[in-house]
Ligand binder design. Structure first.
Ligand SMILES: C[S@@+](CC[C@H](N)C(=O)[O-])C[C@H]1O[C@@H](n2cnc3c(N)ncnc32)[C@H](O)[C@@H]1O
Length: 308
């Protein structure tokens, strides 16, 4: 009986942790139509030369979790989002791209509290459906447009945005492709603000190996702080800065309840638990054992860089 209880406890802890941490596993590219966004003036335009991504998702991936549960967030929660926005110095009327917008929390916040015109873009059409629902609920449809977009191959014209926000997105991309794209679509003088999972110290090889070989497949996209900064510089960003923080799991959990609402978040958790395709890949001794190591190794970093 005790064994079963322990197993159930581990199961619940693990799935909650996975959902909270958005562990950096895998990434996929998909066919996407050329998006369109329609602000009244100085609207960021879409290049007709944009190339579609390739659909190569073969089996269940972490994307299914975001798409089915609709509770995509990032490490550090709302506190980190507000800090990132402040670091970027976003002011009313600016055009902001929220790339990998997930369920659209940040896009709505940017419109409501910061007066920004936002393009909320994500590679996943299903995730965008969640975002559209939130935008409608929050009544910010005039200021927030949604579009499908692949951070590695954006359809926006050069010099389109005053700011690009990327929260927990680059870890699922190839930063060598995505960062130059984010740089390209920024206006000269524009700012990139990224919140990305950051290794606080070099991760042990067993941990890297485990995640690489996990049943969700794919690569570990997290880097150490100096590696993220180097990637920004290689992509052409100047005046780069960073602040790295440890995880606050309790704060993160409370934040989820606040952002998604208790009912929506709990119902997502239950749906996740009841779906073996979603919970199964996480429920094995190796994954649970590795999770116990994460707090020591995983944090998040706020990275800011300018296009000059
Ligand atoms: C961990 S979620 C973060 C969502 C949101 N930024 C947030 O903080 O709540 C990662 C999001 O990035 C999107 N994504 C992953 N790869 C992408 C890519 N190459 N281009 C655009 N979006 C991508 C996923 O569909 C997902 O919605």
């Amino acid at each position: 009986m005790k064994g079963i209880q322990n197993h159930v406890r581990c199961y619940l802890l693990n799935i909650i942790a996975r959902i909270l941490l958005r562990l950096p596993i895998g990434g996929h590219r998909r066919e996407r139509p050329i998006g369109s966004c329609c602000f009244a003036s100085r609207e960021p335009e879409v290049s007709s030369a944009a190339k579609p991504g390739t659909a190569d998702r073969k089996s269940f991936t972490v994307f299914d979790i975001w798409e089915k549960l609709g509770v995509t967030e990032h490490l550090g929660g709302v506190k980190a989002t507000r800090r990132l926005i402040d670091l970027c110095g976003i002011v009313p009327g600016q055009f902001v791209l929220d790339i990998g917008c997930g369920t659209g929390y940040t896009a709505c916040l940017l419109a409501k509290e910061y007066g920004a015109n936002v393009v909320a873009a994500d590679i996943s059409p299903k995730v965008l459906e969640w975002a559209r629902k939130r935008i409608a609920r929050e009544g910010v449809g005039a200021a927030v447009k949604t579009t499908e977009a692949n951070a590695e191959d954006l359809s926006f014209l050069d010099d389109s945005f005053d700011c690009v926000i990327a929260e927990s997105v680059l870890i699922h991309c190839d930063p060598e492709k995505a960062l130059p794209e984010l740089h390209r679509v920024l206006k000269p003088g524009g700012t990139l603000g990224a919140n990305e999972t950051t290794f606080l110290k070099p991760p042990p090889s067993e941990l890297m190996e485990l995640l690489r070989g996990s049943s969700l497949g794919g690569k570990i996209g997290a880097l150490q702080e100096h590696e993220w900064l180097a990637a920004l510089k290689v992509a052409g960003f100047k005046d780069t800065s960073s602040t790295v923080s440890k995880l606050d799991l309790t704060g993160q959990f409370v934040d989820h309840l606040r952002v998604d609402g208790v009912r929506r978040y709990v119902s997502a958790l239950v749906r996740g638990l009841l779906d073996p395709a979603m919970s199964g890949p996480f429920l094995n001794r190796r994954m649970i054992g590795a999770w116990r190591e994460y707090p020591a190794y995983v944090g998040y970093g706020l990275y800011v860089g300018k296009k000059v």
